[in-house]
Design a protein around this ligand. Structure first.
Ligand code: 8YV
Length: 331
């Protein structure tokens, strides 16, 4: 089963890109944990043979799985988020963690704009209207202009900045909230998410997930955004208190929402499915051929670099091998 010449990799679950699985299988001796009939028994028998692990950002790896891999030295994760990995624990074990930032900035920012335009102009809703025969019976309701409006960005990391760049073409005024002001940023800094939401017509979330941002957008933030305001989330479902969001949307205390991420993916609250002022996409912000290929190349590059030099090429901030083990990357 195992080849002595090729490093053994544990793949936690099926990867979103089959060609990446094929590339990995060519270079490594890969076993997928999700394919095992009895994953715990498999880990007990083979856990000590793996030096590497491959996963994706939303899946990560649980600590009980990591504990069953005593010789693990490297993790290569497909995605920019690392909220599903316990970085301090991995750091304490000296395990390197590589990820795939930057290459997805444009596509995630593009989808944020797609959601913003769609929910504001009713693109998906008017598509349903035409297909449902509504046009022969009447006119589609007039919607809301995006150009020239106020855009509030929560998390001005690399993706947030790509969103801000796109806003220039729409002559939007941009302001942001971040853990701290971004040096040299031309955009106005808001002291709190509530302050930003009160000011904004559109609140776009591009902040990192994890315990530090859990339910950052709560009822108070949604009420500050108000009945004319729209929420767009391309970050993590955990950033938003989904129950408070469903209430705010159902009671029209905010105008609408464009959501690519959810608290309990792939489950989407039934109440959201029934609303027309909501656009829902299945966590696809990075899902273009071009970006997913670039992410796959970074996953492979991190592993190749690690097995050649002992260091991944693009380490997660705060993990072993990163230049600055200082703080989480936004976006
Ligand atoms: C996923 C993401 O990696 O980059 C992230 O943090 O959440 C996505 O790009 C992608 O959906 C694959 O699961």
């Amino acid at each position: 089963m195992s080849s002595p010449s090729r490093p053994r990799l544990l793949q936690i679950a099926r990867l979103p890109l089959p060609v990446l699985e094929a590339d990995l299988a060519q270079q490594y001796d890969v076993s997928c944990l999700a394919d095992q009939a009895d994953p715990a028994a498999f880990l007990a028998e083979h856990g000590a043979s793996f030096s590497g692990l491959v996963t994706s950002a939303p899946v990560g790896a649980r600590n009980d799985v990591l504990a069953a891999l005593p010789h693990l030295r490297v993790i290569s994760s497909f995605g920019v988020g690392f909220d599903a990995l316990d970085i301090p624990y991995l750091q304490s074990r000296g395990i390197q963690v590589g990820y795939t930032p930057d290459v997805l900035n444009d596509c995630v920012a593009d989808l944020a704009f797609a959601l913003m335009l769609d929910v504001s102009r009713g693109v998906s809703a008017s598509d349903r209207f035409v297909r449902g025969g509504g046009w022969s019976a009447g006119r589609f309701p007039v919607q809301t202009r995006v150009s020239g409006k106020r855009l509030g960005i929560v998390g001005l990391g690399r993706i947030g900045q790509a969103v801000a760049e796109r806003a220039q073409g729409f002559r939007m005024e941009v302001s942001y909230f971040n853990r701290r002001p971004v040096p040299g940023s031309p955009y106005r800094y808001a002291e709190s998410v509530v302050e930003l939401a009160r000011w904004a017509d559109y609140l776009v979330l591009t902040v990192a997930g994890g315990a530090g941002t859990r339910h950052l957008v709560n009822r108070a933030v949604l009420d500050a955004l108000g009945p004319q305001g729209f929420l767009v989330n391309v970050a993590r479902g955990t950033v938003v208190d989904e129950t408070a969001l469903v209430d705010a949307l159902s009671e029209r205390r905010i105008a609408g929402a464009g959501l690519d991420v959810f608290e309990h993916e792939p489950q989407v609250p039934a109440a959201l499915l029934a609303l027309d002022n909501v656009v829902l996409t299945p966590h696809v912000a990075s899902a273009t051929h071009e970006t997913r290929r670039a992410m796959a190349d970074t996953v492979l590059g991190n592993l190749r670099c690690f097995y050649a030099t002992g260091t991944v090429r693009v380490p997660v901030p705060g993990s072993r091998g990163s230049a600055a083990a200082a703080g989480q990357q936004q976006g």
